[in-house]
Write a new protein. Sequence first.
Length: 166
Amino acid sequence: MSTGKAARCVMVWAVLLLVSAMVSPSRAQDTDRHAGYYYPQITSRETYKARAVVMPEADSDMRLNFITGLAAQQNQRPHPPSFVLFAKGERFERLIIVGIGSNGFRGIYQARAVLAQMTSIARTSPIFRENNVQDMFTFLDLARMLGFEELTISDGQSFAHRIAIK
């Protein structure tokens, strides 16, 4: 191979590497530091197009108070909780639900059933009733109203499902 041809070949490879670096997300963006700690690597994903908008007053304190309130309600029940909720992220914009104990989720369908049950509970809330959206909004819409951007739900062992809330 001639020197000129080799130089062109190196130049083409350099351009391809540069373009792929610009198009591909960085490894840092793909890293989920909670996977492997609170739940296994993400096994499935979806995007939920919320019918609700983020409330103007939604902030990290409101999201933390929401999680704290739900945890307090769970702890007041006579039986141990079957799942835990917590918020992570710089602004607590990531909602995480992990099944625990023998009554935790045993698959994605049971996890979805819990989300459906949480929708039923959310529909009784004053914010849904005052805005007359109790028959239209879901728990994921409530999460959007509070400013959560994603929800990860997992059995804590074999699956982790990520829902981007847009």
